[in-house]
Design a protein around this ligand. Structure first.
Ligand code: MSP
Length: 652
């Protein structure tokens, strides 16, 4: 589906949080979508911002002995600076402490109160301070918070309620009749599942005696607004609801609210019912992405595994970081971040596939075509035509991938085009043509290769704006056109202008290198460390310590047979295996081989497993061992046994 305009939002981030890879991901995703829509010449509005009210902010400010607003003013800069660094092109950044937002929230509250959509009542419940959530007895198994497991406080107080329950039936049928409203499908089902329980009214006030840092209720100055009721309104207050009708008509409804899976209920139950009560149109799609795990673990401060986007961008470059996040996460599922994966993808996709190709083409143009774009080929060989049609097919496919939120597949498509063009280059061997003095053929190959890179550079521009601008400028494209690729130029083969000077920008993506201990180093340091690294790699087992036979004997390796295999829910990589390892009881293993084998292919396979591995929880699923597999890049092959051997036999 294509749109006449495109309004995309991120969640507004808690101002207290230190920005991490999860925040960076949603914002980069929104930026990539916004940039693609601009490339398609669709009017676009991209909103992000910060959520600045509530008890946690108040507590943090109190602890610093400063005014909460001053605290927010200081904290918000970390998000704003990060977005500048990550080349985020938001059209607006909203802070919930701004007057323009507060006034709209208060107007909405007054209006809903006047229309009896909000009423006062006594409230008895359990409250979690860190999560700022109330729970009723029926939501709880004990007196700990179902979200964070901390002890809850018991409260009885007068409060104000939004008549959310009134809209339950309407919401169910709206979701049922509008399949695109909540995406992906399993999140839509999750919301419908949630709505099977009776929906309670929503407590939307907090007495000032407990939390004063919030938007005051216009009809009772003893209370402030519940932080979620305030925060959700940002999506309309920023685009002129109740303040600028023209603007509001222009942008609302949003095409996409991008959110993480943990804030599904607030967005798919609270927000639509609030809008319904306000008589405002629904957003087109609320899209919940999965989480970034670190390896297989949840990211958390206490585990000390929080991935800092600034560190990653400094180490590999902002564009490479953006690319990795887009290429690695299948939208809707969780994804696993490891620096090794990142470095591997960086080297394979960016340094080799793209960077190498680019530098070979530029070097040959410099050497053999006077540093200029050669004239447009008059004739096309079969190979030329096949390259051209592959490239143009990718251009045509692109808007489909974007509209269906298959960003990772868009990256795969581009990767394949680059592979194809590398194959073309190898096959046409322009260096041989140069030696043989076949200038016309040589120019044709170089023109086609350069043209491919111009188009690929345009397709990748929304993801890697800085590097792709450099790439496009290297082929003589003027800076203003280089940074504003448009679809019609990309659909057109032969737009590179003969005679334009090419420029060698140096390595577009210098290779990353191994540091001692196997840790990947900065790509900027790449060139300097390369000689040393290649020397180290002569030893074959780089970064791995030698061990004695005694140490090896500490590992118990056994044969086993996979009896049953199934994917771990929510992961596209992890498979749960039921294994007969010759013991009384079967073992359950979780293995990261789901991208290489289907569960059906795994069943009945004889494997080798580490039998004395300490049991661990992977993705919330128990794993009692580890299977052996050979890994080369993304390619993983199971280690199996040659011939018939009993399950549980020792492997040594
Ligand atoms: N302030 C609310 C949102 C209000 S929107 C009206 C909030 N803020 S948050 O800062 O805690 O979270 C913002 C987003 O970050 C959420 O979408 C959440 O899912 C996302 N992430 C937090 N950790 C994440 C990962 N590890 N991976 C991906 N996204 C994650 O909630």
């Amino acid at each position: 589906m294509s749109y006449e305009k495109f309004y995309v939002t991120t969640p507004i981030y808690y101002v207290n949080d230190t920005p991490h890879i999860g925040h960076a991901y949603t914002t980069i995703l929104a930026d990539v979508l916004a940039r693609y829509h601009r490339l398609l010449e669709i009017p676009t509005f991209f909103l992000t911002g910060t959520d600045e009210h509530g008890q946690k902010v108040q507590q943090a400010a109190d602890a610093r002995n400063i005014d909460p607003l001053k605290h927010c003013d200081e904290m918000v800069v970390r998000f704003q600076n990060l977005w500048t660094k990550l080349q985020i092109t938001q059209d607006d950044f909203i802070r919930t402490t701004e007057d323009r937002h507060r006034q709209v929230v208060q107007e909405i509250l007054s209006d809903l109160y006047a229309r009896d959509e909000i009423y006062a009542d006594e409230y008895e419940g359990w409250y979690c301070v860190p999560c700022e959530r109330f729970f009723t007895r029926k939501d709880l198994a004990d007196t700990t918070c179902p979200q964070c497991s901390r002890e809850l406080d018991r409260l009885v107080e007068q409060n104000y309620f939004f008549r959310m329950s009134r809209y339950q039936e309407w919401l169910i049928s709206y979701i049922e009749n509008n399949p695109e409203f909540i995406q992906p499908e399993h999140r839509r089902q999750e919301t419908l599942g949630f709505l099977k329980q009776p929906l309670a009214d929503l407590c939307i006030s907090r007495p000032k005696s407990r939390t004063s840092w919030g938007i005051e209720l216009p009809f009772d100055s003893e209370y402030v607004t519940y932080v979620w009721f305030d925060a959700l309104v940002n999506y309309i207050s920023a685009v002129g609801y109740k303040t600028d009708d023209g603007m509001f008509q222009r942008w609302w409804p949003a095409e996409y609210h991008l959110i993480g899976k943990d804030i599904l209920t607030t967005h798919t139950v609270y927000w639509p019912t609030m809008l319904k009560a306000m008589e405002v149109e629904m957003p087109r799609t609320i899209f919940a992405h999965g989480w970034w795990l670190v390896g297989q673990d949840k990211m958390s401060k206490s585990k000390g595994n929080v991935v800092d986007p600034i560190e990653m961008a400094d180490q590999y470059g902002v564009d490479a970081f953006r690319y990795y996040l887009m290429a690695e996460m299948r939208l809707g599922q969780d994804a696993s971040f490891t620096e090794d994966d990142f470095a591997e993808r960086y080297d394979a996709d960016l340094a080799n596939n793209l960077g190498n190709m680019m530098s070979r083409v530029i070097k040959m143009l410099t050497r053999h075509c006077d540093g200029q774009i050669p004239r447009r080929p008059e004739a096309m060989s079969e190979e030329d035509r096949s390259l051209q049609s592959r490239v143009l097919a990718a251009v045509r496919a692109m808007s489909g991938y974007i509209n269906t939120m298959n960003i990772d597949q868009a990256m795969t498509e581009i990767r394949e085009v680059l592979r194809e063009s590398n194959r073309y280059f190898e096959k046409m061997a322009p260096w041989t043509l140069a030696k043989q003095g076949k200038q016309e053929q040589l120019q044709r190959v170089l023109y086609n290769a350069a043209e491919t890179l111009r188009i690929v550079g345009g397709l990748l521009f929304p993801v890697m704006p800085e590097r792709m601008k450099v790439l496009r400028q290297s082929f003589g494209i003027s800076p203003d056109v280089a940074e504003k690729p448009q679809l019609d130029q990309l659909e057109q083969w032969g737009a590179l202008e003969p005679g334009k000077e090419v420029e060698d920008p140096g390595s577009l993506f210098p290779r990353s290198v191994m540091r001692d201990g196997g840790k990947k180093g900065s790509v900027e340091a790449g060139a300097a460390e390369r000689t040393q690294a290649s020397r180290r790699s002569d030893r074959g087992v780089e970064g791995v310590q030698e061990i004695t036979a005694e140490t090896f004997k500490q590992v118990s390796l056994k044969t086993g047979e996979i009896l049953k295999a199934e994917m771990v829910e929510g992961s596209d990589k992890l498979v749960k295996l039921d294994v007969d390892s010759g013991e009384k009881r079967r073992r359950q293993l979780v293995a990261g081989i789901g991208k290489n084998y289907t569960p059906a292919e795994l069943e009945k396979k004889k494997i080798v497993l580490v039998a004395n591995m300490k049991p661990a929880e992977v993705y919330g699923v128990k794993s009692e061992g580890m299977l052996l597999a050979a890994t080369e890049g993304k390619d993983v092959k199971l280690v199996t046994v040659d011939g018939d051997v009993a399950n549980g036999a020792t492997v040594s």
